[in-house]
Write a protein that binds this ligand. Structure first.
Ligand SMILES: *Cc1c(COP(=O)(O)O)cnc(C)c1O
Ligand code: SF4
Length: 354
């Protein structure tokens, strides 16, 4: 294990325009930060001053099912010594993960049935998901991916060719969503090649990216990334994933500002999670913090019944009540749509709030 160098984000002078990060060959490039992510229970507990006697056994048993992975810039936003920290709860395995619960399954979204060609998932009429990589920068305990840690499998040249052929043959698709895993875990050279391929498909209008990386490692929004974003003819949308306002710090705000300057529309999706954000104060503060940072709330996802994560479950009725409370406190445009993904449906399914 390489010794981590603490990443100084807060210490930076931020009174000037947003800084552009370097992409490679620097001590604190995003790749370095990513490769130095905490990935074992002892390290994580020690880093946050949490007693091993109380937490280690549970952390280890969950870690065996789905490995711990959390990058340093995300850890820095946690409160040391607080086992209920809402950011920590998203990444620290607990003994509850090993308890089986009826109705909580390994593939709640039945993703396997929607594969069009290797790497391309098509469920909805006008959009297709391109699974650029299986890798993520952070392992979120509530994610359905926990049962398919797809690793770093990359698409072959032949897969790429098949994907482009499928897109060219489907004029009704006007938007491609780079997804994964986390598509921004892939290097900019490869992403830039993808963008060139997509640019050449005439009926595509929009490039969408679903990523948590600009939040968990803001240094990811570096010059090489901005250069392919700048070059594409497609309209650009980035959907980030923030569940709690404490995830947004100064470095994240700067990364969002750089993306906005590059002409990217920024949206957020959250998952409603017990013990993390299941109250109207937190969710309202999240919407305000997002808008302050230039991001519009998009979806609030009802919890998917994933095996090993039932301790995060919030009922649809409780979620609907929270959204009603948000409606009373916030302008309409800051209230996300409460939805669930139902296998076989042709869009996300809205959950009625009144
Ligand atoms: C969620 C999802 C999308 C995007 O849906 P929007 O409602 O457009 O955000 C597209 N394809 C798949 C397979 C999805 O799961
Ligand atoms: S896909 Fe998203 S929610 Fe799931 S582990 Fe990766 S970053 Fe977390």
């Amino acid at each position: 294990m390489i010794q981590r160098t603490p990443v100084r984000i807060e210490a930076r002078n931020t009174s000037h325009l947003p800084e552009h990060g370097t992409c490679t060959a620097e001590n604190q490039s995003w790749q370095t930060i990513l490769s130095q992510s905490l990935s074992n229970p002892e390290q994580l507990l020690e880093r946050l001053n949490l007693p091993a006697e109380r937490w280690l056994e549970g952390a280890k048993s969950g870690h065996k099912l789905f490995q711990i992975r959390v990058p340093e810039p995300f850890i820095r936003r946690m409160e040391p010594g607080n086992p209920n920290d809402p950011l920590l709860r998203q990444v620290l395995p607990i003994a509850d993960e090993t308890v089986e619960q009826p109705g909580f399954v390994r593939d709640p979204l039945e993703e396997n049935t929607a594969i069009q060609t290797t790497g391309l998932i098509r469920k909805y009429h006008s959009r297709a998901l391109l699974m650029v990589t299986g890798q993520c920068a952070i392992n979120c305990r509530y994610c359905f991916r926990r049962h398919f840690p797809y690793g770093e499998h990359k698409l072959s040249r032949d897969d790429r060719h098949q994907i482009v052929t499928a897109l060219n043959a489907s004029p009704e698709i006007n938007e491609v969503i780079l997804s994964g895993g986390d598509p921004l875990a892939v290097n900019d050279r490869l992403l830039s090649q993808w963008v060139d391929l997509l640019d050449a498909v005439p009926h595509l209008k929009r490039l969408r990216i679903h990523s948590r990386l600009p939040v968990v490692i803001p240094q990811r929004v570096c010059d090489d990334m901005l250069s392919w974003l700048d070059r594409t003819r497609l309209q650009k949308v980035l959907v980030v994933h923030v569940n709690h306002p404490a995830e947004i710090d100064q470095a994240t705000r700067e990364a969002f500002a750089r993306l906005k300057q590059a002409g990217v529309t920024l949206l957020n999706q959250s998952v409603i999670l017990k013990g993390v954000n299941d109250n109207a104060d937190t969710l309202s503060a999240l919407s305000e913090a997002l808008f302050d940072a230039g991001v519009m709330p998009y979806y609030l996802h009802a919890f998917d019944p994933v095996a090993g994560a039932h301790h995060f479950d919030v009922s649809d009725a409780a979620a609907a009540l929270l959204v009603r409370q948000m409606l009373e406190r916030l302008p309409g445009f800051l209230v996300p749509k409460l939805v669930r993904e139902v296998p076989g449906e042709t869009s996300k399914t809205p959950i009625p709030v009144n």
